[in-house]
Design a protein around this ligand. Structure first.
Ligand code: NAP
Length: 230
């Protein structure tokens, strides 16, 4: 087990529940120091046993003032891994014609624009050479897989995230970047019928992220390490 001084460090944005909380728990188990952001009180649990390894911070990625203050607080930090996990499914209506304009804007800003803007601000916190930056995407954003059984808006927002991160990666070609597909997971978003539990997905994604250290380039991988087509 790593001691206080040699612990690796991870930042998980959007860790109040679901996959973000699962990733925080998994990396605490692996001996990391975890900085976990929430918008309000943390739900779920199991983190209280790890208070020595855990820093909780607050961030709503859609709030520019909170984001600026958060980046200021992160300025002196160094992370081995940064995972931008926050995301929303948005309205359940399937077609764009049914969705309100404000909902379109909310989904696109949360799932595509603000994760990439935040990443820009966090680049200086990544450990040189071995740091890994990860965006929580979805196979539903893959143009090639062309999932057609879900909200068009959600799929399009993850496709947009993928596209924006491709451009981001080209502009930061010295970084190691991974877009993740966690599988279909039983969370508030994934619902009760999802085949995977949070622990299995988080364990798989943690293995993928650790294996990427120092690897370079930009990849889209699922929780089993398989390449997902863009
Ligand atoms: N579950 C799946 O099957 C699945 C499949 C593919 C991809 N994903 C992706 O995985 C990620 C996590 O999904 P999940 O299933 O764990 O969903 P979830 O249970 O609904 O959790 C979403 C998380 O994102 C946070 N969040 C939402 N909007 C935010 C904002 N503006 N600022 C900061 N945090 C915000 C939530 O915080 P609050 O508690 O404050 O709302 C919560 O911690 C998402 O990006 C999702 O698109 C999930």
């Amino acid at each position: 087990m790593a001691t206080k001084l040699d612990r690796k460090r991870i930042l998980v944005v959007g860790a109040s529940r679901g996959l973000g909380l699962g990733l925080a728990r998994e990396f605490l188990r692996r001996g990391y120091h975890v900085t976990a952001t929430v918008r309000s009180a943390i739900s779920g649990g199991g983190l209280e046993n790890y208070y020595e390894q855990l820093t909780l911070d607050t961030l709503d990625i859609n709030n520019p003032n909170l984001t600026e203050a958060f980046l200021e607080r992160m300025k002196s930090k160094v992370f081995d891994l940064v995972v931008l996990n926050a995301g929303i499914y948005g309205p359940l209506e399937k077609t764009l014609g049914e969705v309100k304009v404000e909902d379109i804007s909310h989904v696109v800003m949360t799932n595509a624009i603000n994760p990439v803007r935040l990443a820009e601000g966090l680049v200086p916190t990544l450990r040189p050479e071995t740091g890994v930056l990860a965006f929580m995407s979805s196979a539903m954003g893959s143009l090639e897989l062309n999932a057609n059984d879900a909200s068009e808006l959600y799929c399009a927002s993850k496709a947009m995230l993928n596209r924006l991160t491709r451009a981001f990666a080209a502009a930061h070609d010295y970084l190691t970047i991974t877009n993740l597909h966690p599988g279909w997971v039983r969370t508030d978003m994934g619902g009760l019928n999802a085949p995977l539990d949070v622990e299995t997905s988080a364990r798989g994604m943690a293995d993928v992220l650790e294996s990427r250290a120092g690897g370079g380039g930009h990849e889209f991988r699922d929780y089993r390490g398989k390449i997902v087509p863009w």
